[in-house]
Structure formats: C-alpha cells, structure tokens
Design a protein around this ligand. Sequence first.
Ligand code: BG6
Length: 480
Amino acid sequence: MTDPAPDAHLFVIIGATGDLTRRKLLPALFHLVEDSRRSIVVLGSATTDQDDAGFRKTARSALEDAGFDEPRVRSWCDERVHYHRLDRNGDYHSLADRIAELERDHGLSGNRIFYLALPPRIFPGAITGLGEAGLALSSGWTRLVIEKPFGRDLDSARTLNEAVHRHFDESQIYRIDHYLGKETVQNLLVFRFTNPIFEANWNRDRIDRIEITVAESLGVGTRAGYYDQAGAVRDMIQSHLAQVMTLVAMESPASLDADAIRTEKIKVLRSVRSVPLDAVRVGQYTAGRTEADAIPDYRSHEGVAADSTTPTYAALRLYVDNWRWQGVPFLLRTGKAMAERLTQVAVVFRPPPVCLFHECPDDCVAHSDVLTLILQPNEGFRLQIEVKDPGESAGVRTIPLHFDYTEEFGEIPDAYETLLRDVMEGDQTLFVHAAEVEESWRLFTPVVEADLDVEHYPAGSWGPGGARELLGDAEWVTGG
Ligand code: BG6
C-alpha cells in the first residue's frame, strides 16, 4: 500500500442522519474532494439503525440533489462513505473500534475530524463519550468541530468549555459560526486593512453610528421546536451579529495568524459596556406576507407554545468603550419574517459641520455619507456620496458608488466548504475561541434572561415600531 496523502483523513460525522449532513456537509465534502483531490473517508454515525448501504443511499441522493454528477458520486460513496450505528447509551468504544478498522482498510495514518452535527443538548455527552473512548488523541491529528449554539447562556457555555477542555486542547477545537465562512464577512478585514482611505476614518471622530442588520424574509418554518427555546438573541445576536460586530470594530492584528486575529476580536468583546435593558427591543411576528411567501402567525407554528413570548426579532444598541469607538452606537438588529432578506453593515459617517450647499433652516443637519457593506444577497458595497446636481447653482444630489461581488468574481464559495477546508488545513482563524464565546455570552445572557415586552409586528414589515426609538432622531439606513 502507498503512503497516505498528508491530508488524508477520516471525517466522522456524529449525528449524520440530520438535515445539516444532507444539505451542507456532504455537498461541501464532495466538492472539496472533487476540486482539490483531497483524500477523505467519511464515517457517518448516529443512533439510527442502518448499514453502510443505507447511509450511502442517503449520501448519493443528497449529492445528486446538490447537482453533482451521478457516476462520480456513486463511486465516491461506494468506496469512501461508511456508517456506524451509535449505541443509545453513548458508548463510543464501538465507534473507536470501527474507526481503527476503517483506518486500516483505507491505509489512513490516524488523522481525524469529528464533526458534532447534533442538537446542542447532546454536545456534552458526545464530547465526554469521545474523550472516554480515547478518541481525543491518535497517531495523527485529531480535530473536533462543534456547531452553534455553543451554550444557552454564560454558565452553560462555561460548563461546555470545561467538558471540552477535559479531553481536548483548545488547539483541536473548531467552534463553527458559519457567518465567518462567508466571503463577504471575511472581506470586512480585507476591506478595512488594505484600504487606508477608509481605515483612516474608521473611528469616533468620523463615524456617527454603525448599523448591523441581519433580516430574514422566511419565518421559522420547520425549526419552530428548536427556535421557540432559543429566540432571536440566542440564535443570531450572540453568535452571528456579535461576530460581524467584532470584525467591524477590531484593531489591526499583528499578523494574519489565528491567535493574532482572535485576540483582537476578544478585546472588542471585553470592551463592550453591559447592554442596559432599555437599549433592547424585541418583537414577535404575526401573520403577514413577505417578499417570499404568506407567513402564518408565529404562535401558530407546530412546536411553538400558544402563549409563547419568544422573540423572533431583536434590536439593541451597544457601545465599545475604547479609544477608537467611545460614544459611537453600534445598532444590532435581526428578525425573521421581515420585509426582505438582507445582511448588511451600514457605516454612517458624521455629516459636515455646516450645510454650505443647502438652503436650510438653522437647525439643519447636513447629509451623512453612508458606506453599506452588503454581506448577502447581492454581495458587495455601496458608498453614498453627494455630488453637484448639474445645472443647479448649489444643488446637491446623493448618488451611490456601487461594487457587486458576483459581477466581478462570479460565484462565491459556500461558507461550509470554506470552513471545512480550514478545519482540514488546521487553520482556526475563522472559528470561535473559548474566550470569545464566553465574552459574548457575558454580554447577552442578561438580555436573554430579562423579562422584556415583546411587541408584535406583521410578517413582511421591518419589525416593531419601538426599534426606531433606539436611534433617537435618526432612522435606520434600511427599513426606516
Ligand atoms: C442559523 C440560525 O445559525 O443562521 C438560523 O440558526 C438562521 O435561524 C440562519 O436562519 C441564517 O443563516 P444565513 O446564512 O441564511 O444568513
């Protein structure tokens, strides 16, 4: 047998019969195999009673649905995809035996990735099971990928970190936040630190406020059971929006090394002042129509309590207490069943000190330039600036300068593919460090635990009216 390729490894999915495996993991893995000729053997495992053939059938249909060519899919699945039924009592010793057998059969040298595609309540048992079965160490490298949400609050996140660290070193852990895999989210750093024209103005002297919006036009759909226990702050703000905020606010790292970048992100979170509850607004959608569909009342979804007060919308204002950002409000807003699907960061610059070109009353506020980084869809950016209106002696008009990612570069890679490739290469930059997740929970645990008034908003709107109050006299750049 020839020597295995250096990156050849066994990719073990714990919880392989779920939707994530079908929709995201298998297509991303197959694409990586096809594209970069990686040598990956997949071992799906779950408590469902089936054999290799049963799982291969699921894998084949997932890959064909994702548009891959049937003969290539068939031969990869037949040769490289396996299944192991996990004991309901969480005995991972039989999994360890199966892993040893597959590594022998495929000539692998002990490089392993364990991907926990499980409901979060099962994370601790699975991590302990892997550790006690001796699977945290091997003759090669071993990496553990953990899906979000990482904990429900600060205490549970700490307990989970302790459980992980009992068996695994932090250098082996890849906590996923799929937003970090999005090209446009990564572009935030490139945009900031390679274009000094913006970076020079990226501070309290030039910026009035920053608005981060993740609006989804879909309702909770079939995930209501999970969602009703989570809500918008746990599901989105603590993770995705907090991550985007750290990339917008962080200082330039000493290098592109994972530790250097993550250290700067942690510093931002540590500098955020506790969020007072009067700077938070939450809402829940009622029946309505979005750009995508007619959406029923949130409380009528199967799995949602009839008197549920779980927020499907949250908006809050926070401050980063450091030299760069003192006094600049960061407004974070997310909601389901909103008017459109849109993820963006709007950087609103301070207006000029006088309105030279407008005939206005004494209390006039001059126009602000706005830089909008559009993370999805129609990825790109828009810079609103003022130009002279031709013919008018002192007329001024706002025009957008526009850049579209796909027009320039074509298709953008899927976030999961980017993240899985990084796990395979041992690059932790786009993964959340233990300290980051705890700092983020420190900020948002009081918010998820508070008894806040939940305002209703019709599906297809921009959320509850009360969220406007967070901006004082201003209006949201998008959605008023
Ligand atoms: C997930 C949340 O993490 O992100 C979902 O659990 C949400 O509720 C999803 O719909 C949004 O991701 P994206 O990539 O579609 O913006």
